[in-house]
Design a protein around this ligand. Sequence first.
Ligand code: SF4
Length: 409
Amino acid sequence: MSRMPLQATALTQKLMKEYYASCRESHARGRKVAWSTVMMPTEILLAADIDVLFPENQSATCGAKGLGPELSELAEAAGLSQETCSYVRCDLGIRKGGQSPWGGLPDPDIVFCATSSCTTVTKWYQDLRRFFSCEFAMVDMPFNFSGEITEHAENYIVEQLQGCIRQIEALTGKPYDYERLEEVVGLAQTAHEYWRKCLELGATNPSPITTTDILVNMGPIVCLRGTQAAIDVYETLYEELLERVRIGYVAAGQERFRLVWDNIPFWFALGSTVRRLSAHGAVLVGATYLYHWVRDVDPKDPLRTMGRAYSTAITMNQSIAHKITKIGNMLELYQADGLIIHSNRSCKPDSLGSLDLKRAIEDRLNIPVLMVDGDHTDSRAVSDAVVQTRMEAFIESLEQRKYGGLQLA
Ligand code: SF4
């Protein structure tokens, strides 16, 4: 069957390019801009007509464009350790004059930071506040050790979001529009639902889409949920995947082995990772990272449900037991033959407990696990030869286990 390009990918690329450009233009005309961490409930900003930009998304794009090493070197020359997350180093590298793939972000009037992903972001955003002499808002997201968020934790987040809204009112000089917030949260929920349905269709066996193709379509769910434009992208993607499933389209050619990736991908090697695996009949059919944007929010109770969704959708602020259960369920859904865990030098919070995770998945689910050391953006921290060798050895073991023979190319 001939290759079917995804219209949704073209829509995503156009939308993201136009969004960054329009933020620059509207900021020049006086519209307020916020910079935010990706785990912040930024719907509260959109509802106040504040454009929101995400340095993490810019840094991931730097990684995909191969800019990670040179930007990291600029940041290291300015004093950051190579142990600091490479998303932070890419951002500082751009602020020190390095190249931004989006042509740079307009300076923020306010920076927003939520701590559910890590504590690195608190220091990063304090530095941004000093650098730009702008307003600063932070939401401290509590850890959920039991898997369920407690009522007092929800109340704690809601009170902080109410504080953020008071800061937004002070910044805009207008009373906050709670009706508009309901509207935005309703749009975000529709985008989340389409996103979830796309991921579920991606789990079809054989898979109608590779993980790389979903990863390159993440921009709108990360940056533009709460807008009709994001819904349009994922409705298109969903319809395209439905059609692919209907006609039996197989995205990767052959699926001798179905694999799931844990942790942030190697942004600079998305294509080569897939090619390297597919040369041996192995396909990445899923990635845990994509599920950070599977959330449920309710426009009728926006602050509470956003607080709950944003502090439970990711695994970094939850127990390792919860992470093992979540990934175990995902491996079953994807009918995976193996799990690749990226032990990510930059994202230590997402790599914490990786050995426990590996042991649990192997012992309890009897699914083989490969751990590869790396970094999501700074390719200097990844040994290509070592990754190649370890992946080949892993697939060889899968071959013997599943088919009882050796068929390496
Ligand atoms: S350490 Fe991980 S969670 Fe924190 S900013 Fe970096 S990539 Fe994001």
